[in-house]
Design a protein around this ligand. Structure first.
Ligand code: AMP
Length: 216
């Protein structure tokens, strides 16, 4: 049976880091909508230019554009056995679209780990975050520093601070999460798929809890 996992939680809680670790442990593909947008921005596609104007302000990219992009990715052969969706869905409209697209493959969302942390922890994590240019591996200057400053441990590429990790944009992203994405907590709770995970623990403790949740 294909296993589709939706990682839910506020920006900065460590969803991306955890999704990458989980992908390694389970062999499932990690599909990050934010990474797909950043890839488009890097390649200066039309989609990238459109997305950038929303991302820089900390706003969500419109649903139709986002759904189209994720649909294309999830339809590829490597997602037939399942995927770990990170950053998608972010609105109830996207959640309905995901249900419809998975139903086309005779599948459904299997489990929704909801990773939580206080707002103070989120702001601290986002403002100290450094991201690798090649693959989006994430570091934190205090809690998860690279061995060599400014260089990714995994692929040696340069680390940079995302434009939308600046203080003002961080605040707006967290606000947008509470306004537009948090209704999904109820949505997946009602569907009996939500499993809450304390994201304020150490990285490996969160990974263990996450693996246990998806293997249930
Ligand atoms: P992330 O890397 O998940 O923090 O996403 C970075 C930014 O990309 C967000 O602040 C949004 O502007 C945009 N984005 C990513 N995923 C979505 C989504 N599912 N819906 C709308 N916008 C998104």
């Amino acid at each position: 049976m294909a296993q589709y996992i939706v990682m839910l939680g506020p920006p900065g809680v460590g969803k991306g880091t955890q999704a990458k670790i989980l992908a390694e442990k389970t062999g499932l593909v990690h599909v990050s909508s934010g990474d797909l947008f950043r890839e488009n921005i890097k390649n200066q596609t039309e989609l990238g230019l459109l997305a950038q104007s929303y991302m820089n302000k900390g706003e969500l990219v419109p649903d139709d554009v986002t759904i189209g992009m994720v649909r294309e990715r999830v339809s590829r052969a490597d997602c037939k056995v399942g995927a770990i969706l990170d950053g998608f869905p972010r609105t109830p409209v996207q959640a309905d679209a995901l249900k419809t697209m998975l139903a086309e493959f005779g599948a459904d969302v299997d489990v929704v780990p909801f990773v939580t942390a206080t707002e103070q922890v989120l702001v601290d994590r986002l403002s100290g975050r450094w991201t690798c240019r090649a693959e989006g591996h994430a570091y934190h200057e205090k809690h998860n520093p690279p061995k060599q400053p400014g260089v990714c441990d995994i692929d040696g590429s340069e680390l940079y601070q995302r434009d939308d990790d600046k203080a003002e944009t961080v605040k707006r992203r967290i606000q947008v999460y509470f306004e537009q994405t948090s209704p999904l907590i109820e949505y997946y709770k009602n569907a009996g798929k939500l499993i809450e995970i304390d994201g304020s623990q150490q990285i490996d403790q969160v990974s263990e809890a996450l693996l246990a949740a998806v293997q249930k």
